[in-house]
Design a protein around this ligand. Structure first.
Ligand code: ZN
Length: 204
């Protein structure tokens, strides 16, 4: 179980979180703490992995953690959302991909995302334009590459997958570009969704 946060020797304050999961309640103290640099620790098979982040606040008072992914890459932004309707003021964290409130996020190689984004369950009866598009992309991917790990994971771009051995390059690139264009449209819709949730305050 997470042991919460404590002041470390470095200028960072440390967080401990359970194996490969990032729990919202671990960050409860951050709703009261000064803005600035912190870090949390998550234990993986390779040992403790420290992730520095900046605690920021939007002009409307929504706090969020910004995790830099390196030069030229879009930082991950995870909002800290308290549920005002519950007496306990339960804290949720937002999934950086779908912006849904979650009690925990999962670690994967490109960052953190919720179970729905990683395992990709969609209720067909409430399909939005975005999820219809997602379904189409997955179908095309499966047709091009066959089943393989991450084939349904839209966080992984189509550029991640290698050319099937039997296929000619020209044909392969054509098909991949067509899928990639749909992926761009998917992420554009996803960003619109994010704007609706946070009024554009998360985007620069
Ligand atoms: Zn998500």
């Amino acid at each position: 179980m997470p042991t919460g946060f404590h002041f470390g020797r470095s200028q960072f304050r440390r967080y401990t979180s359970e194996y490969r999961k990032l729990y919202a309640h671990t960050f409860k103290g951050l709703t009261e703490k000064p803005l600035g640099q912190y870090q949390f620790t998550i234990t993986t098979e390779q040992g403790a992995e420290r992730t520095p982040f900046e605690l920021c606040e939007t002009s409307t008072g929504v706090r969020y953690m910004r995790i830099n992914k390196g030069e030229g890459k879009k930082p991950l932004e995870i909002a800290l959302l308290t549920c005002s309707s519950s007496a306990s003021n339960k804290l949720y964290i937002s999934c950086p991909y779908c912006q849904e409130r979650r009690q925990h996020l999962y670690r994967f190689k490109n960052g953190y995302a919720c179970r729905a984004c990683l395992k990709l369950h969609y209720a067909s009866q409430s399909e939005t334009k975005q999820s219809r598009l997602a379904r189409r992309i997955r179908k095309l991917r499966l047709a091009l590459w066959g089943y393989q790990p991450d084939i349904y994971n839209l966080i992984e771009s189509s550029y991640y997958f290698a050319k099937p051995k039997y296929m000619r390059w020209k044909k392969f690139i054509e098909r991949r570009e067509a899928i990639s264009a749909l992926e761009s449209e998917y992420w554009r819709l996803s960003e619109q969704q994010l704007r609706r949730c946070f009024g554009g305050l998360f985007l620069r």
